[in-house]
Design a protein around this ligand. Structure first.
Ligand code: 6PG
Length: 484
C-alpha cells in the first residue's frame, strides 16, 4: 500500500508487453508508476524482471491501484480493444473521483471512444482516447502518441506523455489532437497508411524478385540503399532486415519459408470503412486491406492459382529493360504510390475532422509522425512543410514540392505498372494509385455516363454542364428533357 509521500504520477492498467514497456518507459523517465493487471502474475513478473529500473507501485486490486495515484489521477489502460476496455473503464470510473483522467492507450475504434468520452465526462471524469504507435520497442524507448479528449486534460497529461514520447530534433512526438475520438481516429488512419506503405513495399519487393529475378539478399541491399534517400523510413529499414534474414533450419531466405497470408487486427479495415462513410477515396489503403484479405483466402487461391488462364504473359527479357533502370523505376513507383497513400490518409483525416468538428491540424500529425511511430519517415518533414505552406491545400499532391516530385516519378510509375501487367504480376496499390492519380488529373470522368444510366433506370436526375438545375430525360416516352 502506498503512503501520501509515495504516490504515483501515472498508472498503467494491463501489463502485457505494450503496457509493461510503457510503464517501464515512464519509470525510466523518473516518474513513479502505479501498475495493475487483472492476473497478478503479470504484475509480479514486471516487478521481478524490471522492478529495479525505477519506482513502481504494484497493486493487486483496482481500488488499491487508484489509491496509489496522486490527484488528478491519471491511469492509462493498455488492454484489448472492445469489451475488455469497457470493463476496465467501468472499474476505474467507479473507484475514481471527479477530475481524474482515464486514458485508453489501445487501438480503440474512434466511435467507441466518442461514446466512452460522453459517458465518462457525464460522471465528472476525463476520458482521453490516445493512439500510441511504435510497437513494443516504441512503447519502451519512445512512441508517437496521439491523445484526444478534452484539451484541459492535456494540461495534466501532456508533460508526462512528452517525457516518454520519441523526440525528433528535440520535439516530442505527441500533441493534443482534438476532442473525444480525434486521437483514435488519426491513429486509425495512421494504421491505414501503414497498411498501404507495407503493401507498396511488398509490391516493389515482388517485382524485383519475380520480374527482375533478384535474390532476397540482393533486394535487401537495394532497400538499404533506398533507405538513404527519399524513401528513408522505418518500414524500408526493417524490410532490408527481414529480407536478409536466413532461416536457420533450412538455410533458405526466411521470406521464402513464411506463409504468404497476411494477418490484420482490424485498424486498416476500420480506416476504409470510415473513408467509405465519409466519401473519401482512400484507394491505396483500400487495396492494401483487400490485398491482405486476398492473401488470406487460402482455399480460393489454391483452387485458382494454376487454373486461371494467364494470357500471353511475357518474360523480363521480352520487356527489353535494363535491370538497373527497372530497379530505379520501381523505386520511383514505390515513392509515387506512397505519396498517394499519405495524401489520401490526410484527406480522410481532414474529412473526419470536419465531420466531427475536431479541428485537427494536419501539420501536427506530420510533425509527430516523424518519430516513434511505424510510419515514421523522412518525407513527413516535406508533408509538414507542405501544410505550413498552405494549410488548406486541396491535395498534398498539389504542393509545389510534391508536384515537382510527381513530375520526376510519373513516367517510371507508368512503366512499372505496364511492365507488371505484361508480366502478369499483381501490383494492386501501384496500379490503383496510378488510376487515382489519373482520375485526379482527368478533365472528364465516366461519371457522366453513370449519371445517364441512373437517370435511365431510376429517374435519379442529372446536372448539366451548361446551366444550373436538375434534369431528367423521359427515357420511356419521347426522350425529351424536363427540369425537375
Ligand atoms: C503501431 C502499429 C500497431 C500494430 C497494429 C497493426 O502503430 O504501433 O500500427 O498498432 O502493429 O495493430 O496491426 P495489424 O497489422 O495486425 O492490423
Amino acid at each position: 500500500m502506498s503512503t501520501e509521500q509515495n504516490l504515483a504520477q501515472i498508472g498503467v492498467v494491463g501489463l502485457a508487453v505494450m503496457g509493461s514497456n510503457l510503464a517501464r518507459n515512464f519509470a525510466h523517465k523518473g516518474h513513479t508508476v502505479a501498475v495493475y493487471n487483472r492476473s497478478t502474475s503479470k504484475t509480479d513478473k514486471l516487478i521481478s524482471d524490471h522492478g529495479e529500473e525505477g519506482n513502481f507501485i504494484p497493486s493487486a486490486t483496482i481500488e488499491e491501484f487508484v489509491a496509489s495515484l496522486e490527484r488528478p489521477r491519471r491511469a492509462i489502460i493498455m488492454v484489448q480493444a472492445g469489451k475488455a476496455t469497457d470493463a476496465v473503464i467501468e472499474q476505474l470510473a467507479d473507484a475514481m473521483e471527479p477530475g481524474d483522467i482515464i486514458i485508453d492507450g489501445g487501438n480503440a475504434l474512434y466511435t467507441d471512444t466518442i461514446r466512452r468520452e460522453k459517458e465518462i465526462s457525464a460522471r465528472g471524469l476525463h476520458f482521453v482516447g490516445a493512439g500510441i504507435s511504435g510497437g513494443e520497442e516504441g512503447a519502451l524507448h519512445g512512441p508517437a502518441i496521439m491523445p484526444g479528449g478534452p484539451a484541459e486534460s492535456y494540461e495534466a497529461l501532456g508533460p508526462l506523455l512528452e517525457s516518454i514520447a520519441a523526440k525528433v530534433d528535440g520535439t516530442p512526438c505527441v500533441t493534443h489532437i482534438g476532442p473525444d475520438g480525434a486521437g483514435h481516429f488519426v491513429k486509425m488512419v495512421h494504421n491505414g497508411i501503414e497498411y498501404a506503405d507495407m503493401q507498396v513495399i511488398g509490391e516493389a519487393y515482388h517485382l524485383l524478385r519475380y520480374a527482375a529475378g533478384m535474390e532476397p539478399s540482393e533486394i535487401a541491399d537495394v532497400f538499404r540503399e533506398w533507405n538513404s534517400g527519399d524513401l528513408d523510413s522505418y518500414l524500408v529499414e526493417i524490410t532490408a532486415e527481414v529480407l536478409s534474414q536466413v532461416d536457420s533450419e533450412t538455410q533458405r531466405p526466411l521470406i521464402d519459408v513464411i506463409v504468404d497470408s497476411a494477418g490484420q487486427k482490424g485498424t486498416g479495415r476500420w480506416t476504409v470503412k470510415a473513408a467509405l462513410d465519409l466519401g473519401i477515396a482512400t484507394t491505396g489503403i483500400g487495396e492494401a486491406v483487400f490485398a491482405r484479405a486476398l492473401s488470406g483466402a487460402q482455399r480460393q487461391r489454391a483452387a485458382t492459382c494454376q487454373a486461371l488462364p494467364s494470357g500471353a504473359v511475357e518474360t523480363f527479357d521480352d520487356l527489353g529493360i535494363d535491370k538497373a533502370d527497372f530497379v530505379e523505376d520501381v523505386r520511383r513507383a514505390l515513392y509515387a504510390s506512397k505519396l498517394v497513400a499519405y495524401s489520401q490518409g490526410f484527406d480522410e483525416i481532414k474529412a473526419g475532422s470536419e465531420e466531427h468538428n475536431w479541428n485537427v491540424d494536419p501539420r501536427d500529425l506530420a510533425m509527430i509522425w516523424r518519430g516513434g511511430c511505424i510510419i515514421r519517415a523522412q518525407f513527413l518533414n516535406r508533408i509538414s512543410e507542405a501544410y505550413d505552406h498552405n494549410p488548406e491545400v486541396e491535395s498534398l499532391l498539389l504542393d509545389p514540392y510534391f508536384h515537382q516530385e510527381m513530375e520526376n516519378l510519373v513516367d517510371s510509375w507508368r512503366r512499372v505498372v505496364v511492365a507488371a501487367t505484361r508480366l502478369g504480376l499483381p501490383v494492386p496499390v501501384f496500379s490503383s494509385s496510378l488510376s487515382y492519380y489519373d482520375s485526379l488529373r482527368a478533365e472528364r470522368l465516366p461519371a457522366a455516363l453513370i449519371q445517364g444510366q441512373r437517370d435511365f433506370f431510376g429517374a435519379h436526375t442529372y446536372q448539366r454542364v451548361d446551366k444550373p438545375g436538375r434534369f431528367h430525360t423521359l427515357w420511356s416516352a419521347d426522350r425529351s428533357e424536363i427540369e425537375v
